[in-house]
Ligand binder design. Structure first.
Ligand SMILES: Nc1ncnc2c1ncn2[C@@H]1O[C@H](COP(=O)(O)OP(=O)(O)OP(=O)(O)O)[C@@H](O)[C@H]1O
Ligand SMILES: [Mg+2]
Length: 460
């Protein structure tokens, strides 16, 4: 049986509601916030009715609003119907702004309340089903060895990975920074017959030129001042495995020659050494620079490019991956809200739009970082554009240090934007807009009035 928690300091009302609703729901009762929260945690009701005036100050709404906030933090999906007195309209609206599902004005008329509750339970069930489907969808999201992607361009990438993995030829991965080049290199390695061997990455752009040669090829004892012992390089470590040359476009010309030699005869020489050492390593390289331009400009050897670029994989920039932006956004949101133990449920409509409008110069890595930051900063159940570091229109905060005021202004704006968008989407049909937003008809009319939206209605 579905669970309904009734929070009211008036024992008589509790009794009557339990009597009136006990047949349909498993009714739980609480007379103050502490009791309510402990029942809430233990029982996880889908729907709650909340009288805002709770002890110790039954005439104010502070305790009720606090209780509401706490419940929504514990379970952002809970549907709370706020029961308010006639004079408490402002507080009831405030509660809706905080995330309450709806409000109902006293005196309580059981028949009416019953309809509101039935709708709240209905919506809660729909949302739960939706989340279940989303999880199921996520579970078999088109991902390939940890690389998520739905768009045709990424499917092509996955196909190429499958094909080239087993061939043991060099692969060159091209893509802007943060597009997942290293992830692809690892995928190729783990799909290849070398999967039990090592995967050794080295960033050719991050190591000073004079050290890079020894890093790659190792050195003999006494080959230069400070070379006190023989040291193996990354090539030797990568024996029987894969050497990932990241940012190969940064490789100095002398080393380009040495890599070319290795590709021709699978042998290397340590710095200061004369002995040829056989190494069985596959080379995968990556770069975010324009190789053809580098060749024309003389900074990259054409013969090396032809060797290394037999097979190239082009990773599309995130802004060209369409729906994948949201897919990846949800993936990271799920991961971080779990790791960081935050109850963030998803993105607001405005946030989804902002994600898709943005250009993503830092690609997937930037998206990952932005979502992480947002999950940390988020106050509500849904991430807003501001959480993601996107300034919304007219979002310049009022001067001064009244943070509370700014937050409320921000929430108001989001509320107004959502209502406007829903009405527009439903071609002015208020009832359908209310349904879309999951609020009742009186609530949407109140919100329209509050935000002066009555004249958004079609005039016909
Ligand atoms: N398609 C994807 N699915 C899931 N995670 C991804 C995807 N693409 C990239 N990532 C994640 O984004 C981050 C950046 O990926 P990666 O380091 O492979 O990119 P890169 O192209 O090598 O970046 P850079 O050019 O900055 O070195 C990593 O945390 C990676 O796990
Ligand atoms: Mg990288």
């Amino acid at each position: 049986m579905e669970k309904l928690l009734i929070i009211d300091d008036n024992a008589e009302i509790r009794k009557q509601l339990k009597w009136g609703l006990g047949k349909e729901y498993r009714v739980l009762l609480a007379g103050d916030a502490t009791e309510a929260l402990s029942i809430f945690k233990a029982q996880g009701p889908q729907v709650v009715t909340l009288d805002l005036g709770l002890p110790p100050n039954p005439d104010g709404a502070e305790e009720g609003l606090r209780c509401l906030r706490e419940m929504l933090t514990l379970d952002p999906a809970v549907k709370v119907v706020v029961i308010s007195g006639n004079e408490e309209r402002a507080n009831a609206l405030k509660a809706v702004g905080l995330g309450a599902y709806d409000f109902y004005q006293k005196p309580i008329e059981l028949g009416e309340l019953r309809i509101i509750l039935a709708r709240a339970f209905h919506l809660a069930a729909l949302e739960a089903e939706n989340r279940r489907l989303q999880r199921a969808m996520m579970a078999d999201t088109p991902a390939f060895l940890g690389i998520f992607g739905h768009c045709p361009e990424m499917q092509t990438v996955f196909n190429t990975i499958r094909k080239v993995a087993t061939c043991d030829v060099p692969v060159l991965i091209l893509g802007e920074s943060g597009t997942g080049k290293e992830l692809v290199a690892q995928a190729i390695h783990s799909e290849s017959r070398r999967r039990c061997g090592p995967f050794i990455p080295i960033n050719c752009g991050a190591i000073p030129e004079n050290l890079l040669e020894s890093e790659l090829f190792g050195h003999e004892k006494g080959s230069f001042t400070g070379a006190q012992a023989r040291v193996q390089g990354k090539f030797e470590y990568a024996d029987k495995g894969t050497l990932f040359l990241d940012e190969i476009g940064e490789l100095p010309p002398v080393l380009q020659v040495k890599i070319l030699r290795f590709l021709q005869d699978q042998r290397i020489q340590r710095v200061g050494g004369r002995e040829d050492i056989d190494v069985d390593a596959r080379i995968i390289a990556a770069t975010n620079i324009d190789m053809e331009k580098a060749i024309r400009g003389g900074s990259f050897r054409e013969d090396l490019y032809y060797r290394i670029g037999v097979i190239t994989i082009n990773l599309p920039p995130l802004r060209e991956r369409g729906e994948d932006i949201v897919l990846l956004g949800n993936l990271f949101l799920g991961r971080f809200s779990e790791v960081l133990k935050k109850r963030v449920r998803g993105f607001s409509v405005a946030a989804l739009e902002a994600l898709q409008d943005y250009g993503w110069p830092g690609n997937v890595r930037e998206l990952e970082n932005k979502v992480k930051r947002a999950v940390i900063m988020a106050e509500g159940a849904l991430l807003e554009p501001q959480d993601l570091g996107f300034a919304t229109m007219e979002s310049s905060a009022p001067a001064g240090d009244d943070a509370e005021m700014t937050l409320r202004a921000a929430k108001d704006r989001v509320e107004r934007d959502l209502v406007t968008a829903a009405i527009a989407k439903q071609n002015g049909n208020i009832l359908r807009a209310a349904e879309m937003l999951g609020i009742s008809r009186p609530t949407i009319y109140d919100l329209m009035k509050k935000h002066g939206l009555q004249n958004t209605l079609p005039t016909s």
